[in-house]
Design a protein around this ligand. Structure first.
Ligand code: ADP
Length: 607
């Protein structure tokens, strides 16, 4: 079976066909001069797709296309993996056009044309942002007014993810060590340039941010600039917003510094002949990249290898040397002969740059974004044929994190709050009819007291107070893990209200994690009431599989998994708002774990 990969830029459309089994490239092609006004040969991306298909048809070979993979630069916060393209995916790509005006509109046009021309096979979007989608909050957050950032969706996304993921994987193969054991700094240095800290297989920092303008010096983009400079230029009256955009994206970077255009070869030639601005451009470029290596080594608490790729990273030994100089303090010692000879042979696709005594390796890897797209595409489409795939695709369950709380009987409530007291509504809970009350009680244990434990309404027929394992230790009481309602023989506890202190002979439990669901959900997930399942949780900083999760089915239940604060902390769901993370359900821990460790099967969740 074969996969067609479409990589659509603003003025060109590159394509390739891969054999999905051998990963061999069977055909490559390019349609250029798209959408350039004033060019009499200008064509739209729809026309380019038609030309691509005509070219593929004319090449004579028989292709058995099983999927089409489309590169999409900006997937927003929704997608941290490749997805089958449907209307919702198109809508998200469309919605991200303001954030990636040079890329997303063209990708969308090509996707729509290709889906019309090849309607019977799945089309897959592979996102440049996906690899970075799970970056820790500290790395993706700008220190600007929190509310303004929320309102405008201002956060760091990162780009070039397909390339960073590909070369990180290649580097691990070269080092003969599992990617999950390595801390890598990958430098994609092409016309666009970015660095990525790949910690144990995950992107934990990357230099491009909300847009592909942040970070390293690029061909014609500035990379990092003090935001104050933009204010100064705007205030000067010499620049309006469009002119500023043009300055930073088109007339900065190597081109802006050197005045010689964005081709590093020309700049290196001129620098060798004494051109001062060419030298400055090279020095600023190398200095910035080196600075990022230091920063990312610090961010990861160490580094095992630095990986170069992209037109400059793969081809300019001089630039690599400049970037790697004076990194001996990190344990990285370049071998200049190796550096000069790297990738000179045409069939080489990676090479070592460091000396035998180097503790940290430097490697150059030829990137292959098209192959990476074909791989992701083939894995995703392949997994679709499995029986479980459709169930997985629909298997997202919102999570609610329950803090400690108390369900009380009318009798206990009256004792604690006085005979005339009534339970007052504070706010509705997600399960229909349930509410948080304004009233709170204190729990008194032999070791200490926990104050301000909220009562949930309505009042019940038995007292049941739910705490976490950590709370148990605070109180000094050994509470059993119980299903809700099963309080017989559970732990005693003393509770204190404004009116009285009451000793409950039983009722203190650690609530067993559970999922509420409607019978329709149970049918959809193919589970039954009181069945025990495993659930893989993503969306926090750490993936986690919870075993021993109880399914509870009732007409009145709304789909929701309930875990306590300890469990949420274990998955580092901490600040993820209730219900906003995505989860998958399995009846088997091994299956759930397999899903977590096979990113191709991941179903995407909100951020
Ligand atoms: P893009 O980001 O557009 O895909 P590439 O990854 O192809 O770009 O990188 C283009 C850059 O690589 C250009 O700046 C070009 O000057 C540089 N480059 C290519 N070959 C060499 C070389 N032999 N020496 C120095 N720079 C090179």
């Amino acid at each position: 079976m074969h996969t067609l990969v479409v990589n659509c830029g603003s003025s060109s459309l590159k394509y390739a066909i891969f054999d999905t089994q051998t990963e061999q490239s069977l055909l490559t092609g390019k349609v250029e001069r798209l959408g350039q006004s004033g060019d009499e040969k200008q064509r739209t991306h729809q026309v380019a797709v038609a030309e691509m298909l005509a070219d593929i048809g004319q090449r004579g070979a028989e292709f058995d296309l099983s999927s089409v993979g489309h590169r999409v630069v900006h997937g927003g916060t929704r997608y941290n993996t490749a997805v089958i393209i449907d209307e919702a995916v198109c809508a998200e790509i469309q919605a991200r056009i303001p954030d990636a005006p040079m890329h997303n509109p063209y990708a969308l046009a090509a996707i729509q044309a290709a889906m019309t021309a090849l309607p019977d096979i799945p089309h897959v979007a592979v996102f440049d942002t996906a690899f970075h989608a799970d970056m820790p909050r500290r790395a993706r957050t700008y220190a600007i007014d929190y509310d303004v950032a929320q309102q405008h969706g201002i956060r760091r996304f990162g780009f070039h993810g397909i390339s960073h993921a590909y070369v990180a994987d290649k580097a691990a193969g070269f080092l003969q060590r599992p990617l999950k054991d390595l801390r890598l700094i990958t430098l994609h240095l092409g016309n666009g340039a970015s660095a990525c800290a790949v910690e144990y297989g995950h992107s934990v920092e990357t230099s491009m941010g909300n847009t592909p303008l942040e970070g390293l010096v690029m061909g014609s983009r500035s990379g990092d600039v003090d935001a104050g400079v933009l204010l100064t230029l705007l205030r000067s009256g010499d620049f309006d917003v469009e002119q500023l955009d043009d300055l930073l994206n088109q007339h900065s970077g190597l081109a802006g510094l050197s005045g010689l255009g964005n081709d590093l070869r020309e700049i290196e030639d001129q620098a060798a002949s004494g051109n001062d601005r060419a030298r400055l451009a090279i020095n600023v470029f190398a200095h910035r990249a080196r600075k990022y290596i230091g920063a990312y080594a610090a961010a990861m608490g160490g580094v095992d290898a630095v990986v170069f790729t992209g037109g400059i990273g793969e081809n300019s030994a001089t630039m690599r040397r400049r970037i790697l100089q004076r990194l001996e303090f990190l344990g990285l010692v370049i071998d200049e002969d190796r550096n000069q000879d790297a990738l000179v042979a045409a069939d080489q696709d990676y090479a070592l740059l460091t000396s035998k005594r180097s503790r940290v390796e430097a490697i150059v890897v030829k990137t292959n974004e098209e192959l990476m797209i074909a791989r992701e595409c083939a894995t995703l489409v392949g997994s679709l044929h499995k029986d479980t795939a459709q169930a997985l695709a629909n298997a997202s369950i919102p999570i609610a994190v329950s803090g400690r709380h108390a369900h009380l009987t009318a009798e206990t409530f009256a004792q604690l709050f006085g005979p005339d007291a009534t339970l007052t509504h504070h706010k509705d809970l997600s399960q229909p009819g349930q509410f948080a009350a304004q009233e709170k009680i204190d729990l008194i244990g032999p070791r200490s007291t926990i104050t301000g434990v909220r009562i949930l309404g309505p009042l019940r027929s038995v007292d049941q107070i739910e705490i976490s394992r950590s709370d148990e230790f605070k109180l000094g009481i050994d509470a059993p893990v119980r299903d809700s309602g099963q309080v017989a023989g559970s732990a005693p506890v003393t509770v204190k209200g404004p009116h009285a202190t009451v000793q409950l002979a039983e009722g203190l439990i650690c609530a067993r994690r559970h999922v509420h669901m409607h019978p329709d959900d149970a049918t959809r997930f193919q589970v039954q009431d009181r069945q025990e399942v495993a659930i893989a949780v993503r969306g926090g900083a750490r993936d986690l599989v919870f075993g021993d999760v109880l399914i509870r089915v009732k007409e009145s239940y709304k789909l929701e998994m309930h875990i306590d604060t300890d469990e949420a902390n274990a998955a580092e769901l901490g600040s993820v708002a209730t219900g906003s993370s995505g989860e998958l359900i399995y009846t088997d821990v091994d299956d759930a774990y397999a899903e977590l460790t096979n990113p191709a099967q991941r179903v995407k969740h909100n951020d």
